[in-house]
Design a protein around this ligand. Structure first.
Ligand SMILES: Cc1ncc(COP(=O)(O)O)c(C=O)c1O
Length: 388
């Protein structure tokens, strides 16, 4: 059977030189990024300050929409920011922690930066309730749902867990939160571009993530979707002139909020980051997340099969419907193996409590999966030989 997605391989120069399986951390750079950044330089060099009016001001909306279309977000509902931690801060700045409803519920499988941020809000009146995992792979949905109660203000949770690639039941979480009057921030960093997401079908309140992993968009661009009916009611306190209804009026005094998406923004934007982000977003849209997901399931299944054959511990869900694009494998000497894989141009990473993370994407071949694991075999046998 031909693999249609492999026609995108030539778009990613690094694939000629490496086995690139680290899309959970930094997606491969599309060839088009060089041209796009050249065009940024050209625009700046030739149009100067006119670039803002001609192109750059509206690029925030353009990039937000290019991301939004991948999660079925309506046009104009996604604002762009520097990173996910800041997106959480924008959400927090819309909330009031002074009442009884001030509980923030999440699991200890969240990305640490998100936890650091919410923990720090305790000094501002938030109460953090952290639900713990037993197996390091997931938190039982029921346990999370039980913690969401009438005093819960917000549930910031990962759609796909960075450590284990477990896919959370976002439908159940959002339904429970809404039943008791709480809001949910869905962190789609490890899903969007690899696992289908429909924010409207889920009735998500907020969705955030960045483009540098599965969206191949490089560092510096993250996104915040806000449900349109909710967005118009919220008044972020982290704000600035980009969020003003009349930014070029330079009015004195309190702000007058604009409509979304600019309503959730602050000051001058990361324009080169936008230029870097657009080529990858275009490729992912064209390749299609459904097709990417189908291939991803096959590749992760093969990784698990090969790890099982060798008796290595797999820290990823066995059920393909519950598993995102990463398989963490805790083989013997996992940290050293990871370092050696990098030296041999098999690009992966290591995480404590997880092992070596293999994250193939639509541009990888099935042969590369086998090649990566064979390289581990070689390393382990060499380590074994050296130890004797
Ligand atoms: C699920 C998840 N959330 C958040 C982040 C990082 O957020 P930030 O953009 O603040 O660096 C990561 C990065 O690895 C992640 O995997």
């Amino acid at each position: 059977m031909t693999d249609e997605l492999l026609r995108y391989r030539p778009e990613f120069p690094i694939l000629e030189r490496t086995v690139y399986m680290i899309s959970n951390s930094l997606g491969a750079m599309p060839r088009g990024v060089a041209d796009s950044l050249r065009s940024y330089c050209e625009t700046w060099a030739t149009r100067g300050v006119r670039a803002w009016e001609e192109q750059w001001w509206d690029m925030s909306r353009e990039v937000g929409d290019a991301i939004g279309v991948l999660m079925n977000a309506p046009s104009g509902s996604v604002s762009v920011h520097l990173n996910v931690t800041l997106c959480q801060a924008v959400v927090a700045s819309c909330l009031d922690f002074s009442g009884r409803r001030n509980k923030i519920v999440y699991s200890d499988m969240n990305f640490p930066s998100v936890m650091y941020f919410w923990e720090a809000q305790q000094g501002r009146g938030a109460r953090v309730h952290m639900v713990k995992t037993d197996d390091g792979i997931h938190v039982p949905t029921e346990r999370l749902l039980d913690a969401i109660d009438e005093e819960t203000l917000l549930v910031p949770v990962s759609h796909v867990v960075f450590r284990s690639s477990y896919i959370k039941d976002m439908k159940a979480i959002i339904e429970k939160a809404h039943r008791v009057g709480a809001l949910v921030v869905l962190d789609a960093f490890q899903s969007l571009g690899n696992v289908p997401l429909d924010v409207q079908a889920l009735n998500a309140d907020f969705a955030t993530g960045g483009v540098l992993k599965w969206l191949c968009g490089g560092p510096g661009t993250s996104y915040l979707y806000v449900r349109p009916d909710l967005a118009r009611k919220l008044e972020p306190k982290i704000t600035g002139w980009f969020a003003h209804a009349n930014p070029f009026g330079f009015e004195i005094g309190a702000t007058k909020y604009s409509e979304p998406p600019y309503r959730f923004m602050q000051g001058t934007t990361n324009v080169p980051g936008y230029y870097a982000a657009l080529p990858g977003l275009k490729i992912i849209r064209e390749a299609g997340v459904e097709r990417i997901r189908a291939k991803s399931k096959k590749m992760t299944a093969r990784l698990i099969e090969l790890a099982d054959q060798r008796g290595w511990k797999v820290n990823a869900p066995r059920d393909p419907e519950k598993r995102g694009g990463t398989v963490a494998i805790d083989m013997p000497n996992a940290y050293e193996v990871c370092q050696e894989l990098l030296r041999r141009d098999v690009l992966v990473d290591f995480r404590p409590k997880a092992g070596v993370r293999f994250s193939p994407h639509f541009y990888n071949t099935m042969e590369e999966i086998d090649q990566a694991i064979q390289t581990v075999d070689e390393i382990l046998s060499e380590i074994g030989v050296a130890a004797k």
